[in-house]
Every structure is written in structure tokens, then in C-alpha cells.
Ligand binder design. Structure first.
Ligand code: TGC
Ligand code: FAD
Length: 395
């Protein structure tokens, strides 16, 4: 017998401040009304809806957690909720906003000088300048310390960059790339990792697109090729040196992904729930079968726990207490949870589960990338393992 249905037994709204509720509600409304209707078509065509950039800017999504420079200055929970709503629609759309915000604007904000901030942050917040983040290389993924991209210091103070970055979100449309390179510095025996702002139009800088992705198809991915690119000393981010520079940016982006993954899981769970109530086999809705209910309950409970983890860590971040290992936990577990949910939801939809119009297979394919980028699932396992055992399995 059917009774009233309640998709979520957990509501975090009472835990939210008024401003967080407002930000959440307007992000949810925008994502549902503006993004959801167009995403399947873009995904199938393999195109990123570039006309949305200015709308993302208007919504305050670009640089959302930063203070000043035209940014919204959202607190970590409000920011997380915007990531959740974006990724409830598509991981690629969340990727666009999180790269711009956490991997490009954040390092300029945290490590840049005032001239660099004034030059880039307001334009990036308005969506007039697009950024990308170049860390990964063809031979250096999980182990960025093995990067080969290098910067040679010239007698006049300029740097000359050589190398190749691979799998770079937004690189083909970027106006500026944060490029991480090894620099030989006077007085230091070993080369040290530094960040450079490399601009479109600089001689020797190119960004070929990577084609043929079966995941994150509504996001643009490319390489960055650096062939004797000469940049002035003022292009270097002065505020950080060493691998902690890029890893610090990743901590910001991984935090957003931890929330975003909950959104992807909610998206597929809600589809599966709705479908299971409509679709009848053996003269009853799929939702009436015990095996289907078990699948729905597993998804529902896992989503609730992941959301609570995100909220708790968001409050820690607000108090400046969140550690990078806790962020590894959030990214690792919430993405794995979302991927499990997407597979389960796909099974509930049967044959329809593979169709674009039902939105589940797209999430499933996207989440395979999210599982891998920003530190693979295994890398985060080892980062947490190192913290709790004191044993370093990387070396
Ligand atoms: P390790 O010796 O642990 O650390 C070197 C220095 O960095 C510091 N550090 C961190 N700082 C901030 N946040 C973190 N998460 C940090 N992890 C480490 C550390 O304290 C140390 O500082 P110092 O002052 O002592 O020098 O370095 P390791 O070589 O052992 O590496 C550790 C490991 C494997 C965890 C790290 O290399 C890693 O995270 N690898 C994964 C690489 C990765 O995540 N790449 C992502 C590329 S960008 C991307 O995927 C964007 S997708 C964008 C999208 O579309 O959304
Ligand atoms: P590898 O490091 O070669 O790993 C392959 C497998 O080996 C994985 O399962 C991994 O977990 C495992 N492995 C590696 N080391 C260990 C170990 N010590 N113990 C156990 N298992 C291990 N990078 C950027 O810099 N900027 C971007 O904007 C960006 N965007 C991306 C967008 C997309 C669509 C994709 C697919 C990737 C993107 N990346 C980006 C790159 C991404 O961060 C890397 O793919 C990721 O860090 C993994 O590196 P890899 O692909 O070289 O895999």
C-alpha cells in the first residue's frame, strides 16, 4: 500500500544561517531552471556552454569565497552549497567554477602581489577573464613532485619556461594559466616549485584541446605546451615556494568537490526514486519491491552522512580549523559515495538508465573523472593512512 513519500529524512536547513539559506535557494533555482534543461544536449555534443560564464559571474559563483576584488565573500558552507547545486546538474559545470575559483583566483589571492590581484581577480569574478591550473604532466600525475616543466632565470630577471601540462580543465579557453614549474634558484641546491601566471598570446604558449573524452564532456580539457615562453619576473607568484603551493590550491578545490559530490548523488538518487515510483513491473511500482527499497535506502542514508560530513567540515573551515587530511577524507569518501549511488541509480532505471534524457549515466561517467582528478581515490587513502598510522606509503 502506498503512503506519503518523504525523499529525505534529514534536513540541514535549521543548521543554516539566513544568508546560507538564501544563497542555497538562489543557486538551486538557477541550476534547476537554467542549467538542467540544456546540459544533456551539451554533454552529448561535447560542448561547454560558454554563454553561461557571464551568468555564473552574475550569480556570484566565480571567486565566491574570496573577500574583495568583486567577489561574493561567501562563507565555506554557503560556498559548498553552491558547489552542491552546480554538481547536482553536472560535474563539468562545477569543474568550470571550481577551477576558476579555487585553482586560479585562490592562488592569485593567497600567493599573488597586489598588482597581480588587481589585474586578474575583478576580471575573473566578472567572467571576463578565464583561468586554468597547470600541474599535471604526461609523466607526472599523482606524483606532482616529479614534474619536468622548468623555468630558467635569465640575467635580466625574466624566466624562460619549457614543458608540457596535460589534462588541464579550461586550458583551450583560458586567458591566463597558473603554471607550476621547477626553478633553479641561487643559493638553493635543489630546484624549487614556483607558480607563474602565463598569459594567452605569449610566444611559445599553446593550449591544444583534448578530444575523445567519454566523461566530463560538457567541460573543456586541453594541454598546455610551453616552448621557450619568456615571462617577466612579475609573472611569478611571490607568496609561496615548494610543492605546498599547488597542494594548497588543491585543498581549496577538493573541499568544494566534497560538497559537489553530494549534489551529484542527490541528483541520481532523486531520479531513481521518482522513476521507481512511476515504473510498474509485475503489476506494482519498482519502489514496492524490497530489493529496490534497499537500494534507495542505501543511497539515501549514504547521502545524509556525506552531507553531515561536509557541513561539519565546512564549520571547521569557517573557524580556520580544517586540515588538508580532513579535506582528503571529504573528497575521497563523498566522491566514492556518489559514484556508488550513480551505479545503483542506473540499475534502478534499467535500460532507460543509459539514456541522456534521464541524466544518470552522464553523472556516472562524470564521476569516474571526479574519482581520479584532484588526487585519486587511492592517493587520498594513502594521505589519510599516513596521518593515522604515521607511516608514509608514498616513499
Ligand atoms: P608532501 O611531502 O606530503 O608535501 C609537500 C609539501 O606540501 C604540503 N602539503 C600540503 N599543503 C596543502 N594542502 C595539502 N593537501 C598538502 N599536502 C601536502 C606539505 O606540508 C609539504 O609542505 P612543506 O612546507 O613541508 O614543504 O608531498 P608528497 O610529494 O609526499 O605528496 C603527497 C601527495 C601524494 C598527497 C600529493 O603529491 C598529492 O596530493 N598528489 C595528487 C596530485 C593531485 O591531486 N593532482 C591534481 C591536479 S589538479 C586537478 O586535478 C584539477 S581537476 C579540476 C577540475 O576540473 O575540477
Ligand atoms: P596516475 O598518477 O598515473 O595514476 C594511475 C593509477 O595509479 C590511479 O589509480 C592511481 O590512484 C594509482 N596510483 C598512483 N600512485 C599510486 C600509489 N602510490 N599507490 C597506489 N596507487 C597509486 N590536472 C591539472 O593539473 N589541472 C586540471 O585542471 C586538471 N583537470 C583534469 C580534468 C580531467 C577531465 C581529468 C581526467 C584530469 C584532470 N587533471 C588535471 C589531471 C588529474 O589531476 C590527474 O589525472 C590525476 O591527478 C591522476 O594522475 P594520472 O592520470 O597521471 O594517474
Amino acid at each position: 500500500m502506498a503512503s506519503a513519500s518523504q525523499p529525505y529524512l534529514l534536513d540541514i536547513t535549521p543548521e543554516l544561517a539566513e544568508e546560507e539559506r538564501l544563497v542555497h535557494a538562489s543557486a538551486a533555482d538557477f541550476c534547476r531552471s537554467r542549467l538542467l534543461p540544456i546540459i544533456a544536449e551539451h554533454y552529448e555534443a561535447g560542448t561547454f556552454p560558454r554563454d553561461l560564464i557571464v551568468e555564473f559571474a552574475r550569480m556570484g559563483f566565480l571567486g565566491a569565497p574570496l573577500e574583495g576584488y568583486g567577489c561574493a565573500g561567501l562563507n565555506p558552507v554557503a560556498y559548498g552549497l553552491t558547489m552542491l547545486e552546480l554538481e547536482k546538474v553536472d560535474s563539468g559545470l562545477r569543474s568550470f567554477c571550481s577551477v576558476q575559483t579555487a585553482l586560479v583566483m585562490w592562488p592569485i589571492f593567497a600567493y599573488g602581489d597586489e598588482t597581480q590581484k588587481q589585474r586578474w581577480l575583478p576580471a575573473m569574478a566578472r567572467g571576463e577573464a578565464i583561468g586554468c591550473f597547470g600541474l599535471t604532466e604526461p609523466g607526472s600525475g599523482s606524483d606532482p613532485g616529479s614534474m619536468r616543466t622548468n623555468a630558467r632565470r635569465e640575467p635580466n630577471g625574466d624566466y624562460v619556461l619549457n614543458g608540457e601540462k596535460m589534462w588541464i580543465t579550461n586550458s583551450p579557453i583560458a586567458d591566463v594559466a597558473v603554471v607550476w614549474a621547477k626553478v633553479v634558484e641561487e643559493g638553493r641546491p635543489d630546484p624549487v616549485v614556483r607558480g607563474f601566471l602565463v598569459e594567452r598570446g605569449m610566444q611559445g604558449f599553446s593550449t591544444p584541446e583534448i578530444h575523445g573524452k567519454l566523461s566530463l564532456r560538457a567541460s573543456i580539457t586541453g594541454s598546455i605546451v610551453l616552448e621557450d615562453v619568456r615571462v617577466p619576473a612579475s609573472s611569478m607568484l611571490p607568496g609561496v615556494s615548494g610543492l605546498k603551493g599547488p597542494l594548497g590550491c588543491l585543498t581549496q578545490a577538493r573541499y568544494g568537490i566534497g560538497w559537489g559530490a553530494v549534489g551529484a548523488a542527490m541528483g541520481v538518487y532523486e531520479r531513481a526514486l521518482e522513476y521507481s515510483k512511476d515504473r510498474k513491473q509485475f503489476n506494482r511500482p519498482l519502489a514496492g519491491f524490497q530489493l529496490t527499497q534497499q537500494k534507495l535506502v542505501e543511497m539515501h542514508n549514504a547521502i545524509g552522512k556525506s552531507l553531515l560530513l561536509a557541513l561539519h567540515f565546512g564549520r571547521l573551515k569557517q573557524r580556520g580549523k580544517l586540515t588538508s587530511t580532513q579535506v582528503s577524507w571529504l573528497k575521497r569518501d563523498n566522491v566514492a559515495m556518489a559514484l556508488d549511488c550513480a551505479r545503483t541509480a542506473r540499475s534502478i532505471l534499467g535500460g532507460n538508465g543509459i539514456m541522456g534524457e534521464f541524466h544518470v549515466m552522464r553523472h556516472l561517467c562524470n564521476l569516474e573523472t571526479v574519482y581520479t582528478y584532484e588526487g585519486t581515490h587511492e592517493v587520498h587513502t594513502l594521505a589519510i593512512g599516513r596521518a593515522i598510522t604515521g607511516e608514509d606509503a608514498f616513499t
